[in-house]
Design a protein. Structure first.
Length: 212
């Protein structure tokens, strides 16, 4: 499956590339064809299933865990003092998914800079959004953060919308990251360096402290 936003990035270069090759302009045609094929790969949208107990939050993104630690003060003040960050390279699936069932109770978008998403200050300074979700297991929040070459954050929902764990919530074009913010009583299941898959990999147990 392909994310709907990706089709223009597939068909336009493939069409132009095919036309250029037909005219004998191979110097132009082949790069455009390669660009279209890469877009076909980049915008893939595989089916995912989080086959874990209902209190498990699954990863919202494909990629590498780069932060497991304390959240910024503003999130901690909202009862979400724990942070996990997942970095997505251009080779990872970029469709983001809901880590748990919930209702969108707050959404904020901030246009910012284009620092490499692997750097920690990207979480504070880059183009990003913040979505806060309330569910039976409590509150969680997500940041979709644009990276160095990302050009658009796609978010599919509005306050009042509800999602089930594993549902698509959006997409970020090209290298980027997603931060997930959890309450203090969440038991984190991942470590820095782990590879995770959106809508599939267990990330934390909600409603259970790290000491339990």
């Amino acid at each position: 499956m392909i994310a709907p936003e990706g089709w223009p990035f597939v068909w336009v270069p493939l069409g132009l590339g095919g036309g250029a090759l037909f005219l004998g302009w191979s110097w132009l045609g082949w790069p455009l064809v390669v660009l279209g094929l890469f877009a076909l790969y980049f915008f893939r949208n595989p089916d995912r299933h989080c086959d874990h107990s209902a209190d498990v939050a699954c990863s919202p993104a494909d990629g590498k865990v780069i932060v497991v630690g304390s959240a910024p003060d503003d999130l901690a003040a909202r009862g979400l003092p724990r942070q996990i960050s997942v970095f997505m390279s251009v080779f990872d699936v970029h469709v983001n998914r809901a880590p748990a069932d919930g209702e969108l109770v707050d959404y904020q978008y901030n246009k910012g800079r284009k620092i490499s998403a692997f750097k920690e200050k990207a979480s504070l300074e880059n183009e990003q959004n913040l979505s806060v979700w309330e569910g039976n297991l409590g509150r969680i929040a997500l940041k979709q953060i644009a990276g160095l070459v990302a050009r658009r954050i796609v978010f599919d929902h509005h306050p009042g919308d509800t999602v089930n764990r594993g549902d698509r919530i959006g997409l970020i074009r090209y290298g980027s990251r997603v931060d997930i913010f959890l309450p203090d009583n969440a038991q984190v299941l991942v470590r820095v360096g782990d590879r995770v898959r959106a809508g599939e990999s267990p990330m934390a147990i909600l409603g259970r402290s790290a000491e339990s």
